[in-house]
Design a protein around this ligand. Structure first.
Ligand SMILES: NC(=O)c1ccc[n+]([C@@H]2O[C@H](COP(=O)([O-])OP(=O)(O)OC[C@H]3O[C@@H](n4cnc5c(N)ncnc54)[C@H](OP(=O)(O)O)[C@@H]3O)[C@@H](O)[C@H]2O)c1
Length: 296
């Protein structure tokens, strides 16, 4: 079988590519930038073909489905995210693939407070009316999100984020990839909707403390305001619209604890317990060195 993996250089897609390759499943990985394609090709993963395409380009997408049996659909939170997802869903339905596994979010609804959750809802509507068999993945906050904030950690090891004491059931991206690999390659019937979490709910402070213990660096959280976060996130390159969304996620959803519920879906699907924050720290110890992160 052969699987189309979009977002193949992203947090989750890159791990789906590697996981499928290790399981001897052929992959066509799609990225947008030549630089990402070159980095993926340099990994020389067995059975992995790398293609550069713009998923928002209606003419480019159908050819990506040639010879494909299943699709992993992950797209970044960009202004054309819905168009990208719609193009892939339509092309996959036209090609008659066996299953499409879509990376979505919890709380997707037409009146969600987050733009990204409304976009995912609209893409899910497209999927539901496509005639495809599908799995929707709804992961909790990625542990991997912490990597982008390593440059924000000051010399005393403090990281400011507007999440207060809100606990979140954070998940290692590899567990999302492992679930995706099962869904893509198993003989499943019907549509599935899977809420995915890590093994425990942690505040950012608790997570940083545990990471620090593993990597040998004292790390802690200091609460910040929505305004401080917006200023720094936009300075770091986010668009004002996306920064507003993430500020609302942190300050309005995660701070009051709405991201804390744990599920057993990872273990039920893969047969293995989800990875802990300590596992995550061991996997990314070099990224947490004071000289800076390599993660996205
Ligand atoms: N972070 C979280 O805590 C969290 C939680 C739940 C759900 N999610 C969802 O997870 C998704 C993001 O997943 P991720 O973090 O794995 O992605 P990511 O790291 O943001 O990567 C985005 C990927 O999309 C590719 N891409 C961007 N524009 C493209 C285009 N026009 N055509 C083709 N490819 C394009 C990028 O390729 P290049 O490298 O070439 O640019 C990259 O491979 C979002 O939909 C988000 O809502 C995130």
């Amino acid at each position: 079988m052969k699987v189309l993996v979009t977002g193949a250089s992203g947090n989750v897609g890159s791990l789906v590519v590697r996981t499928l390759s290790e399981r001897k499943v052929a992959v066509r990985g799609v990225v947008r930038r030549e630089k990402s394609a070159a980095a993926l090709r340099a990994r020389d993963l067995p059975g992995v073909e790398v293609v550069v395409a713009d998923l928002a380009d209606e003419k480019a997408v159908p050819a990506l489905l040639d010879g494909i049996d299943a699709v992993f659909l992950a797209t970044g939170n960009t202004a054309d995210q819905l168009t990208q997802e719609q193009q892939v869903i339509r092309a996959a339905a036209a090609a008659g693939v066996r299953r499409l596994v879509k990376l979505s979010v919890g709380g997707a609804s037409p009146d969600a407070p987050l733009t990204l959750a409304r976009v995912h809802y609209a893409a899910e509507q497209e999927l539901a009316s496509s005639g495809l068999a599908y799995t929707v993945l709804r992961p909790a906050f990625f542990m991997d999100n912490l990597l982008q904030y390593v440059p924000w950690i000051d010399s005393s090891g403090q990281l400011p984020l507007p999440t207060g004491d809100g606990a979140m059931a954070m998940i290692h991206a590899q567990d999302i990839a492992d679930v995706a690999a099962v869904e893509l390659t198993s003989e499943l019937t019907g549509n599935r909707d899977l809420a995915l979490t890590g093994p425990e709910a942690l505040t950012i402070g608790q997570a940083l403390h545990r990471v620090g213990q593993v990597v040998g660096r004292q790390l802690s959280h200091v609460d910040s305001t929505r305004e401080e976060f917006l200023r720094r996130y936009i300075e770091a390159g986010a668009t004002p619209e996306y920064a507003e969304d993430i500020a609302t996620l942190y300050d309005g959803i995660l701070r009051p604890g709405y991201g804390a519920a744990i599920t057993d879906t990872v273990e039920k699907t893969t047969g293995s317990s989800p990875r802990s924050i300590d596992d995550f720290a061991r996997d990314h110890a070099a990224d947490f060195s004071p000289t800076g992160a390599t993660g996205s």
